[in-house]
Design a protein around this ligand. Structure first.
Ligand SMILES: *Cc1c(COP(=O)(O)O)cnc(C)c1O
Length: 380
């Protein structure tokens, strides 16, 4: 199949940033400090400044960032290495598996709640209702899905005075804003992924935890390297979960392009929304605020048209994706291990309707017009 429009084109992005990235990589090749080399600390400082937090701890992936944040909560706030199954962590039914399976890995029980129809994010009313019924909730993991921030003001209000911490899953929200502050700086901790396809992507797996409180940063720094300040005299059950020096070098180069690329994504989103207006069975994202960084541009395709539209686009060489086809409460891994207090009907509906269109920031006008033409052609 000829590919006319990719959903993402990392080769194109590399060509665009090649000089900056190659220079950073060459420096690492020269100094050969592969583990926690100078680029790691430099990236952590730059990222803290960018997000607006006191601390960034680089990690080996976004998944490990979530796990480490949960472990830091269990150690710092509850005085135990791992949670136990009576400890509950609330999260959304509509996310990537890692959001909830890290809760299991940290020893706690995930409580899976439904989403709001419009934002695809955690339904705040469901959170409020569950908090009235359970006193065992230790943390909440809101996901800023597709790059749009969850309602952190409401969540913070609900958690206030309850000793419940907020761990933002900001894997899709690198640069997203909530009322003038960047995602990852508002909850107690933020977990970022630099998986290659994320808005800030490394050349392999990488991630980070952000926070303002020293007490978390200190434990996180120990946990990424086996659990001790001294590698040969260890206090906590730790991991080998450091951010790689080479990845930090790539991230330092690419961080300088992030704002420009996020702006390009927003412009593509605005173009699509304008050009796809008025199709009865297609709903564009309602929200185009400057705080949304469009990790994905995701439409809802109604009345059973989603898979047929996807195939129609595929035949025209246009790639689109379904994030996510199976809500977490339907996944085998969580069966009998998660609490699902109410049926997650909106998440189920979303899993049947969503389709993410090509959002590569370097797509040309011709390519974008081809996408729009093909979508319109399907519905005509
Ligand atoms: C990508 C992603 C993760 C996992 O990040 P990795 O770096 O792939 O481990 C977690 N949560 C969400 C919402 C993601 O999109």
């Amino acid at each position: 199949m000829e590919c006319n429009v990719p959903i993402l084109d990392l080769q194109r992005e590399y060509d665009y940033m090649k000089e900056a990235i190659d220079a950073r990589l060459a420096t690492v090749l020269d100094h050969q400090k592969w583990i926690l080399g100078p680029e790691v600390a430099e990236f952590e400082q730059s990222f803290s400044k960018f997000i607006g937090v006191e601390h960034t701890v680089g990690t080996s992936s976004g998944t490990e960032a979530l796990l480490l944040a949960l472990r830091a909560c269990s150690i710092v706030d509850h005085g135990k290495q791992l949670f136990d199954s009576s400890d509950e962590v609330l999260t959304t039914a509509f996310s990537f598996t890692a959001t909830a399976d890290t809760i299991l890995r940290a020893g706690a029980t995930p409580v899976i709640l439904d989403i709001e129809e419009e934002s695809f994010n955690l339904d705040i009313e469901k959170v409020a209702a569950y908090l009235k019924r359970s006193a065992k909730v230790r943390a909440i993991i809101p996901v800023h899905l597709y790059g749009r921030s969850a309602d952190l003001t409401a969540l913070k209000q609900l958690c206030e005075s309850k000793n419940i911490i907020i761990i933002e899953d900001a894997a899709q929200a690198c640069g997203s804003e909530w009322h003038g502050k960047l995602c990852g700086s508002i909850g107690n901790m933020g977990a970022f992924s630099f998986f290659p396809s994320k808005n800030l992507g490394a050349f392999g797996d990488a991630g980070a935890v952000t926070c303002n409180e020293q007490k978390y940063a200190e434990i996180l720094r120990m946990l990424i390297k086996h659990g001790g300040k001294d590698k040969y005299n260890v206090e906590h059950i730790g991991y080998n979960a450091r951010l790689d020096t080479l990845q930090a070098a790539v991230l330092l180069a690419k961080l300088n392009f992030l704002h420009e690329f996020n702006t390009k994504r927003r412009n593509i989103a605005a173009f699509y929304t304008r050009a796809l207006e008025g199709i009865a069975d297609l709903a564009c994202p309602a929200h185009l605020s400057p705080g949304h960084i469009f990790h994905q541009y995701t439409v809802r395709v109604k009345n059973g048209h989603r898979d047929k539209l996807k195939e129609h686009l595929q035949n025209a060489g246009i790639f689109s994706m379904v994030y996510y086809p199976v809500p977490l409460d339907h996944m085998l891994v969580f069966k009998g291990k998660a609490i699902v207090p109410w049926e997650c009907e909106e998440a189920k509906k979303a899993s049947e309707e969503v389709l993410s269109l090509p959002i590569e920031p370097l797509l040309t006008e011709e390519e974008l017009e081809l996408v729009v033409r093909s979508v319109r052609q399907y519905f005509e």
